[in-house]
Each structure stands twice: as structure tokens, then as C-alpha cells.
Design a protein around this ligand. Structure first.
Ligand code: TXA
Ligand code: MG
Length: 322
């Protein structure tokens, strides 16, 4: 299918991907069309072994090599200097290419079967939350692509961590399923791109173009509440009261114990793993039941919390300080 230029949605350990032959520009073009994705946002190339990286890139710096050996297969994407064999449409004309080896047997078997590297963005319509079940893919892309492989819910639920590894001065471009702390334990300090925590990008074009778009957003308005632990419950409660009084249907996402909030729908996340795994699903479920406003308690930016907060800020209509 992939080798014939078709599009195949498949599971990875992070989210479902929409795969096409990375070396076939016509097939890659269809991905942008089907997703409604702007053409200046480059794609990640998926491989089934470390050896497949070398024909695609000019060099693999020492730290990049260390990271591949330690964390692949896994939720880590490395940006490296590309060779001309990688079509411009994959990289949005940039001279670098993002590559990862997913930790999912079906994904790896599919890439091996295709006999070619496979580009795969998340298999959602542009700006919708990333799909973590095949049902999500069906609701966004059914009838528009050749195949949807179902393998239940994905294990991690947020996308891969993206690191610029073109030089040994590493930079985190997108926090994701692999924690920064684990990466730094292997290769030392990694700089954070300002967009990771949504600080304004200081001069120049962004190094990961995908970061500038609003993403992951449900139809309901997301209000993110950040601030001191003692004040956050009071703040969330006053927001619930305020929006309910306007006649709006209010949803809450919280890691605090049940029964604290009098919202119409409350999603309880037992820990950061559950939060990451359930976040995009929760957004979609809130939309299905007609929630108008989703109030989300912020989490600490440690471990998976860095990726969760990045996605929440991107999805937010408004950030309230408690
Ligand atoms: O977990 C994942 O990474 C999933 C699964 C399907 O593998 N894929 C995914 O792809 O999240 P996508 O297209 O939704 O996100 C790709 C991200 C974007 O933020 C994009 O800007 C960045 O990777 N990216 C791709 N190529 C790049 C490059 N050459 N330089 C910098 N950033 C790049
Ligand atoms: Mg995406």
C-alpha cells in the first residue's frame, strides 16, 4: 500500500500516524492535502532500524548516535542534516530532516513491509487533537485514505520528543513522550527552545515550524488554570460557577480526587502517565457530549508534565493565573 503511493494510518506508541512513502513526493503531497496541513510544516520520517538513518542524512553527530542507541525504538525524534535523497516536500524546504524509530511492532512491521522510510504526521485533521485510538482516525479521515490499522489505544498518548541534534549543542524543539530528564542523563544539558514553554520566539524563523500553529484544540474553549497549589481549587470552582451561570456546559480535567468540582463532566487523571494518555481523548469526548468550556488544572513541568503543559497551552483559548 505505502510502496504504491497510498496512505496508511497506523498505531505508534505515541499517537496514530498517517503514513506514506517518504521518498515519493506525490504520496507525501497527499498527506498535506488530506490533513489540510500547511505545507511549511515538515514531517517526521519513520524508520525500522538505526542503519536506515545513514542514507538519509549528511552526518550523525556523536550525541545523536548515543541517543538513537539508548532510546530507539521509542518516542524520540532527532533532527539531522538531510541528504538530497529526502524530498523537499518532506522537510518543507529545510536542509534538515526529522527521523524516529517508533516503539510499536505493527508500525515497525509496516515500515519493513513498505521497504522504504515512512513519513507520518499524526493522523488527525490539522488543528484537531492528535488521535490516540483508531476511532479518532476514523472520525477524521475515513474514506479519505486507503487503510486504517486498528490496534486499540496508544500507550503514551502525546507525540514524540523532538530534539535538534544537527550539532552536539542539542536543543529541545518539542517536549513529548520521552522525558527531558532521561535524555539529559545520557547526553548532558539540552537547551530549551523558547516555544517549548510558549515564550515569544525571539527573532528569526522558528527552528521547528510546527510550533507556531495552534494545535490539538477541541471545539470547546480550553481554559488552563496555572498557579499556586493552594489557590488553584478556589480558582477552578469560581470559574465553574461563572460559566455555568452563563448557561454553558462545563468540563474539568483534574488530577485531584473526585468530588471536588461541581462541573457537568469531570475527567480525573490519576497521574501524569494517565494524563498524557487520556488528554486528547478527553478533548474529543468533551466535544462529543457538547461541553462548551473545558477548565484544565495545570501540572508541574517535570517529567511528562513538560509535554502535557506544552499541549495544554497550545490548545488554550485563555490561561488563568490562580
Ligand atoms: O509521535 C510522533 O512524533 C507522531 C507519530 C505519528 O510518530 N508524529 C507527529 O508528527 O507528531 P507531526 O507531523 O504531528 O509533528 C511533527 C513535528 C512538528 O512539530 C514539526 O514542525 C517537527 O516535528 N519537525 C519535522 N521536521 C522538522 C525539521 N526538519 N526541523 C524541525 N522540526 C521538524
Ligand atoms: Mg500533529
Amino acid at each position: 500500500m505505502v510502496k504504491d503511493g497510498g496512505l496508511v494510518a497506523f498505531p505508534t506508541e505515541t499517537v496514530y500516524g498517517l503514513g506514506a512513502d517518504a521518498l515519493n513526493p506525490e504520496a507525501v503531497k497527499k498527506i498535506f492535502e488530506v490533513k489540510g496541513r500547511p505545507s511549511d510544516n515538515p514531517l517526521i520520517v519513520h524508520v525500522a532500524s538505526i542503519e536506515e538513518v545513514y542514507p538519509l542524512v549528511k552526518e550523525v553527530p556523536e550525541k545523536a548516535e548515543k541517543l538513537m542507541k539508548k532510546f530507539w525504538p521509542g518516542p524520540l525524534t532527532l533532527v539531522l542534516k538531510k541528504k538530497s535523497i529526502v524530498p523537499d516536500i518532506v522537510t518543507a524546504g529545510m536542509d534538515t530532516v526529522a527521523i524516529r524509530m517508533p516503539d510499536n511492532e505493527i508500525a515497525l512491521a509496516m515500515i519493513r513491509e513498505a521497504g522504504t522510510p515512512v513519513v507520518a504526521p499524526s493522523a488527525n485533521i490539522f488543528s484537531k487533537p492528535s488521535p490516540t485510538t483508531s476511532d479518532h482516525v476514523v472520525s477524521d479521515l475515513y474514506g479519505k485514505i486507503e487503510v486504517i490499522i486498528d490496534a486499540g489505544a496508544t500507550r503514551i498518548g502525546v507525540e514524540s520528543t523532538v530534539i535538534d541534534a544537527t550539532t552536539d549543542k542539542l536543543m529541545l524543539l518539542r517536549p513529548g513522550g520521552l522525558n527531558l530528564e532521561e535524555i539529559e542523563a545520557v547526553v548532558g544539558r539540552v537547551e530549551l527552545h523558547p516555544a517549548v514553554q510558549m515564550m515569544p520566539i525571539v527573532n528569526g524563523p522558528s527552528r521547528s515550524p510546527g510550533m507556531k500553529y495552534k494545535h490539538y484544540a477541541p471545539d470547546a474553549k480550553v481554559i488552563l488554570v496555572e498557579g499556586s497549589d493552594e489557590r488553584i481549587v478556589g480558582k477552578v470552582n469560581s470559574l465553574i460557577t461563572r460559566y455555568k451561570r452563563c448557561g454553558l456546559v462545563v468540563g474539568v480535567i483534574t488530577m485531584r480526587k473526585h468530588g471536588l468540582y461541581d462541573a457537568d463532566v469531570v475527567k480525573f487523571m490519576s497521574d501524569l502517565n494517565a494524563f498524557a494518555k487520556g488528554l486528547f481523548s478527553a478533548f474529543r469526548e468533551f466535544d462529543e457530549v457538547g461541553v462548551d468550556v473545558i477548565i484544565v488544572e495545570g501540572v508541574e513541568e517535570r517529567g511528562l508534565g513538560l509535554a502535557i503543559m506544552n499541549r495544554l497551552r497550545k490548545a488554550s483559548f485563555k490561561i488563568e493565573k490562580a
